[in-house]
Design a protein around this ligand. Structure first.
Ligand code: NAP
Length: 481
């Protein structure tokens, strides 16, 4: 029986390839955009670039001739298109098909997928949700719907084709990972740049650069590429061992906090005014640490002004900050992030007995290893609750393998359903929340938390621990019927 995959970004492609590797070719991918790529299709703002190293931010089984140590958005999109073509995935994708509802039938033990046009697709024996978690743009209330502002305005992840910053007075809201990348471009291209900051973030240098021709020749040699990937993977695993990166005073937390502080002082020590404004007040790593080589230099650029206030409202000419000052602008860029804790917020999922997944979660998403929820048989999530960590693609591969192996077992056993055991689900989440309570992630406001303050997005340990968990779970924590 066929499988539906929702989304054709990194994780959707990982799921499709995992199915193919197990000989399952009867699957359909629903993609709401006109192109594959997910995040790397949507985030086309100037300067968009990954902040994980190219050799680890790629599939382990698909090395690539990367031109930079941190790939740009365009190169990542090219890579994903290359992988999809190589694995013959594109013909499975239905573009411009936004999924509205995924509904289980207790009678037929299958799912029906309803898309925005009202068309019903299916039946599907299984569904793999691969919609990512940084996919619902978060705009401040005053920027939703009609606004009085007469200039251009855009969220970073919805950058319109052809919009440039050239010669404009640009206002950028936010100082997170997206903001620093746009700021770097704006500082070069715009007439003036105003950065509206609520709170400064911790920041580490990126050391981004092009690979030299000789490095690229070496990288094309399989063992070299493999070794680079392995070294990066092991480095992340060591950093996250025992959640040491996420505990205040944890060994790697402390080490990286010291590095960040030293970099801050080395960069802005000669500008006490900026140093004061850019020094974070929350514990290191309590929010996603920003990685940039350019941000602190950009702050010193005479064209750039750091306004230490949020934007509170718009006028026809510009933006009014929390101090009540109006700033005249030609373009407003909302680098204001995503409604991350609202997992699968773009569509409804109905499980056994018609139970709605979001009602069941009641604002606090949880799953077994982010993958499965009791009452939703044969439904798998890629990058689901509490799986946000690095290196991301290693998590995707483990999740894809988990889903594909259970779907393959369903077929081989002639079973109709595979469900997560509710006892394991409860025990796992109680254990996880206990571990998360020892980290810094609950100590300040961030997108890792549900509105209640519960940390719903983070995985506190290494990728290896997670991968081991998925192997245990698929053997001992699920039931076939
Ligand atoms: P974000 O980290 O959630 O940052 C949103 C920013 O908007 C914050 O600085 C926030 O301030 C600010 N903000 C919100 N409302 C505002 C207002 N009214 N006025 C002024 N500022 C306002 O979002 P993001 O930068 O898009 O990054 C989200 C995540 O995407 C990252 O953490 C990362 O995981 C991912 N990302 C990755 C890459 C990559 O290279 N791999 C690149 C970009 C993004 P406060 O936080 O102080 O409230």
């Amino acid at each position: 029986m066929p499988v539906a995959i929702i989304g054709s970004g990194f994780s959707g492609l990982a799921a499709a390839i995992a199915l193919k590797r197990r000989g399952i070719t009867d699957f359909t991918i629903f993609e709401q955009e006109q192109s594959l790529g997910g995040t790397w299709w949507n985030n086309r703002y100037p300067g968009a670039e990954v902040d994980l190293e190219s050799h680890i931010y790629s599939f382990s089984f698909e090395p690539y001739d990367w031109t930079r140590n941190y790939a740009s958005q365009q190169e990542l999109l090219d890579y994903l298109n290359h992988v999809a073509a190589k694995w013959d995935i594109v013909r499975h994708i239905r573009f411009n098909e936004k999924v509205d509802t995924v509904a289980w039938s207790d009678e037929s033990k299958t799912y029906t997928v309803t898309t925005a046009s009202g068309a019903k697709h299916g039946p599907f024996r299984s569904v793999i949700s691969a919609v990512g978690f940084l996919n619902l743009p978060l705009l401040p209330p005053f920027a939703r719907g009609e606004t009085p502002f007469l200039g251009d305005q855009t969220h970073t992840s919805r950058w319109p084709e052809g919009l440039t910053m050239h010669g404009k007075r640009v206002g950028i809201l936010g100082t997170g990972s997206s903001a620093v990348q746009v700021i770097s471009e704006a500082a070069r291209d715009a007439r003036s740049v105003k950065i509206f900051q609520i709170e400064p973030n911790w920041l580490l240098p990126k050391l981004a650069r092009d690979f030299t021709p000789s490095e690229r020749r070496w990288n094309r040699f399989g063992p070299v590429s493999w070794w680079k990937r392995f070294k990066l993977y092991a480095g992340y695993d060591v950093r996250q061992y025992g959640a040491s990166h996420a505990r205040k005073g944890g060994r790697s937390n402390q080490k990286r906090a010291d590095q960040a502080l030293a970099y801050l002082h080395a960069s802005l020590g000669d500008r006490p005014d900026l140093l004061k404004l850019a020094t974070p007040a929350f514990p290191f790593e309590a929010r996603r640490t920003v990685i940039s080589d350019t941000y602190y230099d950009d702050l010193k650029n005479p064209k750039v002004e750091l306004i230490p206030h949020a934007v509170k409202s718009l006028t026809p000419k510009g933006a009014v900050d929390a101090n009540g000052t109006e700033h005249e602008l030609d373009l407003i860029v909302y680098a204001t992030g995503f409604d991350a804790a609202n997992y699968l917020g773009g569509y409804k999922v109905k499980g056994e007995g018609g139970v709605d997944l979001h009602e069941k979660w009641n604002g606090e998403p949880e799953a077994l290893l982010g993958l499965m929820v009791p009452g939703f048989p044969n439904f798998f999530m890629m990058y689901g609750p509490n799986t946000n960590s690095v290196p991301l693609v290693s998590f995707y591969e483990a999740q894809a393998d988990f889903a594909a192996s259970l779907i393959s077992k369903l077929l081989k056993r002639g079973a109709k359903t595979v469900s997560v055991n509710p006892d394991w689900f409860r025990k796992f989440n109680a254990w996880l929340q206990d571990r998360l309570s020892r980290t810094v992630w609950g100590s300040t406001s961030n997108y890792f938390q549900a509105r209640s303050g519960k940390v719903v997005s983070q995985w506190p340990f290494s990728a290896s621990a997670y991968i081991f968990g998925t192997k245990l779970a698929r053997r001992f924590m699920v039931t076939f019927k």
